[in-house]
Design a protein around this ligand. Sequence first.
Ligand SMILES: NC(=O)c1ccc[n+]([C@@H]2O[C@H](COP(=O)([O-])OP(=O)(O)OC[C@H]3O[C@@H](n4cnc5c(N)ncnc54)[C@H](O)[C@@H]3O)[C@@H](O)[C@H]2O)c1
Length: 259
Amino acid sequence: MSESTKVAVVGAAGRMGQQVAQAVTEAGDLELVARVDVGQDVTADLTAAGAEVAVEFTVPTASRDNVRAILAAGAHAVVGTTGWTEGALDELREHLDAVNEERTDRGEHALGVLIAPNYALSAVLAMAFAKQAAPYFTSVEVIELHHPNKVDAPSGTAISTAQGIAKVRAEAGVPASPDATESNADSRGADVDGVRVHSVRLQGLVAHEEILLGNAGEQLTIRTDSFHRESFMPGVLLGVRQVPSRPGLTLGLDTLLGI
Ligand SMILES: NC(=O)c1ccc[n+]([C@@H]2O[C@H](COP(=O)([O-])OP(=O)(O)OC[C@H]3O[C@@H](n4cnc5c(N)ncnc54)[C@H](O)[C@@H]3O)[C@@H](O)[C@H]2O)c1
């Protein structure tokens, strides 16, 4: 790696892409070498710019192909686009292993991909706290609240939160949250591994999440608020700096934070 890491942004015209481009430009140890958006050739543009790491914030339908194109350019990837299914992650893991095997045979360094459903430190910590608390409460539900331009629901963060909660509760042998609802089940939100997740879309919001945990006579609420897209930048830049030393697929910012 050169002294200042050469960074490309894929999805550079988007809300997150623009914020990332600004954060990279302002970081003394990083150099913004390419801004790529829809209609451009990711591999060709990144190769021409000599990008070492690419940050990808686009749309769920494009993210898989973009990550492959970034790897084809020999760059590490830091991915923020949500909507990655277990199947898509397995496919990427397999592809990445094959790419790295070929690169190692050619004497080239192995590539890393970091995919995190949320780069805001408060959200990552809220997820960790929710997992800690979940086995001790009878009931748990998740509410995620976002700006109305968000295309996916529930949010990737809420799905990860619910999956994490469900896993620790299953491991601890905690029964399903009690729920006597018999009809109109749609109003109970999405069922993510047995945890109810409610999505609110409201003008003025950015990205917010509440985890409600209830016992007889008591409630714990864990809440995280991202008021501005700036909140994601420390996590994204941490990913950019660390991904070159983490070959293969890394999931979640919590791994990088050691929590
Ligand atoms: N992980 C996180 O912390 C985090 C935080 C905020 C948003 N997100 C996710 O990031 C993604 C982007 O969010 P946004 O608010 O910036 O969206 P946005 O709609 O403002 O921007 C998306 C950009 O991607 C571009 N694009 C679409 N297809 C492309 C392609 N094939 N190649 C290159 N560029 C392409 C669009 O032209 C647009 O400029 C969403 O999936 C959102 O849920 C994740």
